[in-house]
Design a binder for this molecule. Structure first.
Ligand SMILES: Cc1cc2nc3c(=O)[nH]c(=O)nc-3n(C[C@H](O)[C@H](O)[C@H](O)COP(=O)(O)OP(=O)(O)OC[C@H]3O[C@@H](n4cnc5c(N)ncnc54)[C@H](O)[C@@H]3O)c2cc1C
Length: 340
């Protein structure tokens, strides 16, 4: 029996997790990843690696609850596994200083652990005595996780091609099923509703920082500052520029992030800078996670779209990969039936 030829376009966290889950769950697939960038050069690699729905448009937030939960459960299983140290995945607790007008509880309030209002003593930890909430979530070092996923994929005979495609039609001739996980690249492939939300982060060596922090940016740019203490480095961030396609690190963003984060933890001024990075969060009005059958050269090619995860790809990836796998399974079953 001939195998179903599957092509996953994209090797960020969305593409790799979709490829691995399809490979593990759909019988008889011959699967290839095609991408023009691989770890450590994808947007996923540069991200904060922090579990929390962030910068998701309202509609996407409502749609994505289950995907967030599935990803949480999966990350927690990694936290509790012997590979946790190698992947830099761990729980982390901290402060989200929201100010006096604490917004209504987010839909993920019961997903994180121990979500509660700050005590009066904790409020005094903030230079402006700002109110907020405290909870426990998780972080992962994506630069370690993606190569680990890729190894799993290759061990099971997954193929990898380094290539930029200019349209999905380019790969339709050679495959029965195409999974589109191109992130911000989906814009160039024809989805004009995709837009970037530019983010700049600084990775520093500061092993003394043990809690995460979110805070309002005192510079009034409307950005949120954050400090994420990972196993291997601390991520300082706080840039969300809608529609900005620049991938250059800027001195003004660097200053704003360092000044803002050092206001919360003054010793960060002395921390060694390990890396500065800018990435484009792949945003659109809603995450595109759907199946489409396209007639191509007289045969039907199934396309599964899985992109547009904005500032939450690390929070959603495993749940979205499950949905993509369910679509692939459906396509496999229909294929089998048509052969009867
Ligand atoms: C500063 C910053 C911090 C972030 N922090 C967090 C965080 O803490 N938590 C969180 O949940 N999310 C975070 N995010 C968001 C997260 O990084 C993204 O949602 C996620 O990386 C999207 O993953 P992806 O696989 O879709 O895209 P990418 O990682 O960009 O991968 C896209 C893949 O598609 C390939 N591709 C695209 N077009 C083509 C083409 N034409 N031909 C061939 N290949 C193509 C690329 O080469 C690449 O391999 C952050 C983002 C930024 C910018």
């Amino acid at each position: 029996m001939s195998k179903q030829r599957v092509c996953v376009v994209g090797a960020g966290i969305i593409g790799l997790s979709s490829a691995v889950r399809i490979q593990e769950n759909v019988p008889g697939v011959d699967i290839t990843i095609i991408a023009d960038k691989f770890s450590p050069n994808t947007c996923s690699d540069g991200s904060g690696g922090f579990w929390e729905p962030f910068l998701l448009p309202e509609e996407s937030l409502a749609q994505s609850n289950k995907w967030c939960k599935d990803t949480w459960d999966y990350l927690m299983s990694l936290v509790k596994s012997p590979t946790a140290a190698a992947l830099g995945v761990h729980t982390v607790s901290g402060y989200n200083f929201t100010g006096v007008n604490i917004p209504k509880d987010p839909p993920w309030k019961d997903q994180v652990l121990g979500y509660r209002r700050l005590s009066s003593k904790e409020i005094k930890l903030h230079p402006d005595n700002r109110d907020g909430v405290f909870y426990t979530t998780m972080m992962i070092n994506v630069k370690k996780y993606l190569p680990w996923l890729m190894r799993q994929f290759r061990i099971k005979n997954g193929k990898v091609i380094n290539r930029k495609i200019n349209s999905l039609e380019e790969v339709m001739a050679d495959y029965d099923l195409v999974v589109n996980c191109t992130g911000i690249g989906a814009y160039d492939l024809g989805d004009s509703s995709v837009y970037p939300v530019r983010g700049q982060v600084i990775r520093v060596k500061a092993p003394w920082v043990k809690h995460f922090y979110f805070d309002k940016d005192p510079s009034e740019t409307g950005n949120k500052l954050y400090i994420f203490p990972g196993k291997d480095f601390v991520v300082l961030g706080g840039t969300s520029q809608i529609g900005n396609w620049s991938t250059y690190v800027t001195a003004s963003d660097r200053k704003r992030i360092l000044d803002g984060c050092s206001r919360l933890i003054p010793s960060l001024q002395e921390a060694e800078v390990l890396e500065e990075w800018t990435g484009l969060r792949p945003s659109r009005p809603t995450i595109r996670l759907e199946k489409e059958d396209v007639c191509f050269n007289g045969r039907t090619v199934t396309i599964i779209h899985n992109y547009g995860h904005a500032g939450s790809g690390i929070t959603l990836f495993w749940g979205c990969a499950k949905v993509a796998t369910d679509f692939a399974m459906e396509s496999y079953r229909l294929n089998q039936q048509s052969k009867l």
